[in-house]
Design a protein around this ligand. Structure first.
Ligand SMILES: [Zn+2]
Ligand SMILES: [Zn+2]
Length: 199
């Protein structure tokens, strides 16, 4: 594994965790399998089927981001990721074998003790150290042991479009056209329209 890349991913995300390690495996497998580099201008697109920690590693490593519109969340709570290259018309679907916590019994036992409130400061420090070792053990597994790669089941989504900006008649703030609503015959943003429906 690329330790510097991992350290940068952790710095972006804020902490080291198994979810992030899953995203590291998925993102590096995607770039390798599609023989491409980090995305610059929406040539690559990612569809993620969960919104857990893994997605931050995917954004950081693949360059598919919410802001560029080439990271799409379909929140099905599944550990499944799809990537496409637009011009090359290539795509892959990745399913993941997550860490098996029975491989790390010491971590699991310490975690339970901490949850029950009976852990000493030393045990908490030991848990942090053992967790970090377990994450590195999972990170160092070969891609094939973690990621199962197959053909995509989704069609390639269309490129992010630009839309006209309208003004909400109720709060006076700007809202993009496809998200605007009509309330009392006037243009409204969603929060203003929702406030109306609740009252
Ligand atoms: Zn995390
Ligand atoms: Zn409004």
């Amino acid at each position: 594994m690329d330790k510097t890349l991992w350290q940068n991913v952790v710095a972006f995300h804020g902490h080291s965790c198994f979810g992030l390690a899953i995203g590291y495996h998925v993102a590096t497998a995607a770039l390798q399998t599609l023989s491409t580099l980090r995305d610059i201008d929406e040539e690559m697109i990612a569809i993620v089927e969960n919104d857990n920690c893994s997605v931050d590693a995917i954004q950081f490593i693949t360059g598919c981001t919410i802001g560029k519109g080439n990271l799409i969340l379909r929140d099905y709570g599944k550990v499944v990721y799809t990537f496409y290259l637009r011009k090359k018309k290539k795509g892959i679907r990745i399913t993941v074998a997550g860490p098996d916590m029975s491989d790390y019994p010491e971590v699991a036992a310490l975690k339970e003790k901490i949850a029950e409130g009976g852990a000493s400061t030393a045990e908490k420090a030991l848990h942090a150290q053992k967790s970090e070792e377990a994450i590195f053990h999972y990170l160092s597994k070969p891609t094939e042991a973690v990621c199962k790669i197959s053909e995509p089941v989704w069609d390639l989504p269309e490129k992010a479009r630009r839309f006209p900006t309208l003004t909400c008649n109720y709060c006076g703030e700007a809202v993009m056209e496809p998200r605007a609503r009509i309330k009392g015959g006037k243009i409204s943003c969603i929060p203003c329209a929702d406030a109306y429906s609740r009252s």
